[in-house]
Structures are given as C-alpha cells and as structure tokens.
Design a protein around this ligand. Structure first.
Ligand code: SF4
Ligand code: SF4
Length: 355
C-alpha cells in the first residue's frame, strides 16, 4: 500500500471481526501481567522499579534537541487533565462543584428517554461524541473476553461505544523525542474530556455509562469489533482515517444502540510484506516474522490470538532509557496519515507555529 492511498472502496464491511482466536486459549487479561504493574510486582524482570521519567534530571544537565526543559515541561503539562480530573473515568453521575444559585428541581437522569429507534440513537451518540472531541466512534456488542479478569460491570451494560482520539501529527512525527510524548499525553487528556461529557449525556437520558480509558478492558479488540480498524504488526489499532495515530477509550452502557460492522481493509496482508515498524524500532521489540503466530513474546502479552506479538518488556525499557514514551512504530507506519512527507520531523519543526 503506498502512503495515504487507501480508498473508500478498499474498506470492506465484514460479518466477523478480522482476527483469529483460539476460543479454548483466550483468557480475560490479568492486570498483574500489565507491564506497568510488573514495574512494581515483578523483581525477576530488569524493568522492575524502573520509571519512565527516571532519567529526566540527568538528561537536563546536558539537554539535547527534543529533550530540553521546555520539552519535558510540555510533556508533563499534557497529561494534566488525564491525571487529575476524576470525572474522566466515572461510573456514575459526576458531582458538580459549581452549583447554580437556584437549585435545579429536576434531574434528567430520572426521566428515562424511550429509545424507539436504536439506529437513530446511535447517530445521536456519535454526533455527541464528535461534538465533544472524538475523532472516530464505533459501537459493538460487548465481548466479555475483552474485559480484564477483575472487571465487574452490570450485566445489562452489554454495549461498548469505542472512541478514537486523533493525536497531533507533528508531535508524533518527532518520535522518540519528547514532543511525541506530549502528543500522547494530550491524547489521554482529551480522552478524559470526551468520556466525561459523553458519559453525562448518556446519564441525562436515564441510562448507565461506565467510562473507561485503558482500564476495565482491552481497547484494541473492542475497537476492532466496533468497526474502527484492524490490528497491525506493531500491536496497535490501524484506522483507515488516521492509521495508528489515535488513542482509544470506551463507554459500556445499557442504552439501546445499533452495533457497527467490523471492517477489513487488508492490514494483515500489508503487514506480512511491510515490516517498516519492525525495522524502525530501536530495540527490536516488533517481530520480523513473515507470519503471525499464537506464541507470545513475554508474560505481558495476552495469549490466544493469532498476531505478531510485541515484546513489551523491551519496549518499556526503551521508554525508560528515552525519558519518555515512544511512538516511532506509529509514525513510520504507511497507514498513518500526515500532511508532511518525511518522518521523523526534527523537534524544532514541531516548535513552529501553525498558520
Ligand atoms: S513504541 Fe517504540 S520501542 Fe515500543 S515497539 Fe514501538 S517503536 Fe519499538
Ligand atoms: S509499519 Fe507496516 S508492518 Fe508495521 S503495522 Fe504499519 S503496515 Fe504493518
């Protein structure tokens, strides 16, 4: 596939999600295996007790382009809403601290909206999500396999609204320099904003909304089920609109909605040939194998699916050495849509005002 040449006719709606799983081997993911949890709990791994920002003070003594005090200040600021606003991941009505002078004598959530037409309701939800800042929204029946092992949600919240939030293209294109981490942080903060507003919209209609970022369930298979894209060799969702330059979040709800169809636009076939992400990864965390496999690379992988498993231990250790996260496998992917021709951009090209 040549860069940015994906056409609408290349995107096929399919009946089944475009992944292969072994039903007997697929397990709900145990969060104790998550790489960020193993930093605390797994003394047998070299990444134990290593933090992503541990090298920042040392790096500031000899600042390099893209790793200056200004870059790190931006990166920390970018995460602020995600890290501080508890309403982002609410499971029930978000308390308001600014009360109107006169008490409102009604609560819309106590007046259930009668949904006559789930397809029409789905359009309302998608338009609301778009207004609040979601770049893409898809809907699917919730496959319980994709919940984490310890997640409990009401049985009737069996629909997932999955949203993709576009990340800043210039920022991501500087990866692994710190402006890429800033673009990631803003993606997470915008995720919290969208979740809170859409969650309250659903509650105002009298239904439940369980707002989730990376918590509660695995976002990528949910996004595939909801028709947002396909899984790439680099272990990330690829969307037709933005490639992998998105963050994902979801809301579980009992609001009656019409599910979307999954899509297939040939990602698996492209990844068999391409390998550009594997070549660009500085620590060989991405497989060069021609064919996907059922064999995981490390204990943080979720077994039972046919895919190219990414060695998330090597990936995390690179982040720690880098002083920030990395998006190189996102930026080099030919599906990632940009308005500029070359990647990587230099940090000073990110620090240029857009007209
Ligand atoms: S995020 Fe960076 S280190 Fe991790 S797999 Fe992608 S390219 Fe490799
Ligand atoms: S860079 Fe190539 S191999 Fe990697 S995910 Fe993108 S299309 Fe697939």
């Amino acid at each position: 596939m040549s860069k940015n040449r994906l056409l609408q006719r290349d995107i096929k709606q399919v009946k089944q999600p475009p992944y292969i799983i072994k039903p007997d081997e697929i397990r709900k993911y145990d969060l104790k295996n998550l790489i960020f949890n193993r930093v605390v709990t797994d003394p047998n791994w070299p990444g134990h007790q290593r933090m992503i920002d541990e090298r920042v003070p040392e790096m500031l003594k000899d600042p390099q382009p893209g790793y200056t005090h200004v870059d790190f200040a931006l990166e920390e600021a970018a995460w602020t809403l995600h890290d501080t606003f508890q309403g982002s991941f609410a499971r029930s009505r978000i308390p308001k601290y600014r009360k109107p002078k006169a008490e409102i004598d009604h609560d819309l959530s106590t007046i259930p909206y009668k949904v006559e037409n789930p397809a029409r309701m789905s359009i309302y939800v998608k338009r609301a999500a778009q207004l609040f800042g979601a770049s893409l929204t898809g809907i699917c029946q919730l496959n319980l396999n994709w919940l984490y092992a310890d997640t409990e949600i009401p049985r009737n919240c069996n629909t997932a609204i999955v949203m993709a939030i576009e990340m800043d293209p210039e920022g991501i294109a500087t990866s692994p320099a710190i402006p890429a981490s800033s673009a990631t942080g803003v993606g997470y903060s915008r995720m919290g904003f969208v979740l809170a507003l859409l969650g309250e919209f659903i509650r105002n209609l009298g239904y439940d909304a369980i707002q989730c970022g990376n918590d509660s369930g695995i976002s990528i298979p949910l996004a595939i089920d909801a028709g947002l894209g396909q899984l790439g060799r680099h272990g990330l969702l690829i969307t037709p609109q933005f490639g992998s330059r998105v963050r994902l979040c979801k809301i579980f709800t009992n609001l009656p909605l019409r599910p979307d169809s999954p899509i297939d636009f040939g990602v698996t076939e492209t990844c068999r040939r391409c390998k550009r992400c594997a070549e660009a990864c500085e620590v060989d965390a991405i497989s060069f194998d021609d064919e996907p496999t059922f064999t995981p690379k490390c204990s943080s992988n979720n077994a039972g699916a046919l895919k190219w498993y990414v060695d998330s231990e090597l990936c995390y250790e690179f982040w720690c050495n880098n002083g920030g996260d990395c998006s190189t496998c996102i930026s080099v992917c030919p599906y990632t849509k940009n308005t500029f021709d070359k990647v990587p951009l230099q940090p000073e090209e990110f620090w240029t005002l857009k007209t």
